[in-house]
Design a protein around this ligand. Structure first.
Ligand code: NAP
Length: 244
């Protein structure tokens, strides 16, 4: 279904991003992914992708660095020739109650999670506008919808992504480009590894479990597919009912 399409996924080395890369490849897309620095994990994703007989490349790039993002997109566009899908998935947390949070922890989370998504979108938009088609998918979070004590930086970045999504959707719709967001609740990845089993958090999740990264990836693959051509500016929760 995505044969001949080129997908760029940020934060593709681990967790949800890796599963997104694999799911898009399973549906036939070639995949370029970015990662922050974990070369071993990136290498593993790359081998798994290549087993699926698609073109795949990994690029080390800190998405919060605008000039590094410009350079890496130049390189990957030269290698792949085009881009059809962008998944802004790279994200970090630096949790603390607001009164204890250092300014640099607030700034770092905003710059990776929100500014990084804008920097990457900025690189693909001219290509997509020329083709008059393309899909941008931003990985937000229920924290951005509900807020979360101890996560004012993260929740602000994820709420910001929803505003970015809606604005890009309005701006780019006339050019045949859609932009949507996905808002996961708790997903089993390194990011939530410290939240032990039997966590009282489970009481707040009607489905009583965390999501598997592959479940989020399937939703992203749906939004990336032609079946979602008429959906834009939407934020879809995948949270086991947490934010009902
Ligand atoms: P993860 O397991 O911690 O993986 C984070 C990924 O982002 C890694 O590939 C990492 O690269 C990359 N990354 C981090 N900082 C980066 C930077 N500055 N530049 C480029 N890449 C960077 O995270 P995850 O749990 O899969 O989360 C993926 C996304 O889903 C994030 O946006 C997160 O906020 C969101 N989300 C997660 C959950 C959850 O419960 N896990 C819930 C809601 C939303 P390296 O491997 O090189 O470090």
């Amino acid at each position: 279904m995505l044969n001949g399409k080129v997908a760029v996924v940020t934060g593709g080395s681990r967790g949800i991003g890796r599963e997104i890369c694999l799911e898009l490849a399973k549906r036939g897309a070639d995949v370029a992914f970015l990662y922050a620095g974990n070369a071993d994990a990136a290498g593993e994703t790359l081998s798994l992708l290549r087993e699926q007989n698609v073109r795949a490349e990994a690029y080390q790039c800190d998405v919060s660095d605008a000039s590094a993002v410009r350079e890496v997109f130049k390189t990957l566009l030269a290698a792949f020739g085009t881009v059809d899908l962008l998944v802004n998935n790279a994200g970090v947390t630096r949790d603390k109650l607001a009164m204890m949070m250092k300014e640099e922890d607030f700034e770092r989370v905003l710059s990776v999670n929100l500014q990084g998504a804008f920097y990457c979108a900025k690189q693909v938009i001219p290509v997509m506008v020329k083709k008059r088609s393309g899909k941008i998918i931003n990985i937000s979070s229920v924290s951005g919808l509900m807020g979360n004590a101890g996560q004012c930086n993260y929740a602000a970045s994820k709420a910001g992504l929803i505003g970015l999504t809606k604005s890009l959707a309005r701006e780019l719709a006339p050019r045949g480009i859609t932009c949507n967001a996905v808002a996961p609740g708790f997903v089993e990845t390194d990011m939530t590894a410290s939240l032990a089993e039997n966590n009282p958090l489970l009481d707040n999740i009607p489905l009583k479990r965390f999501a598997k990264p592959a479940e989020v990836a399937k939703l992203v693959a749906f939004l990336a597919s032609p079946d979602a051509d008429y959906i834009t500016g939407e934020t879809i929760r995948i949270d086991g009912g947490l934010a009902i």
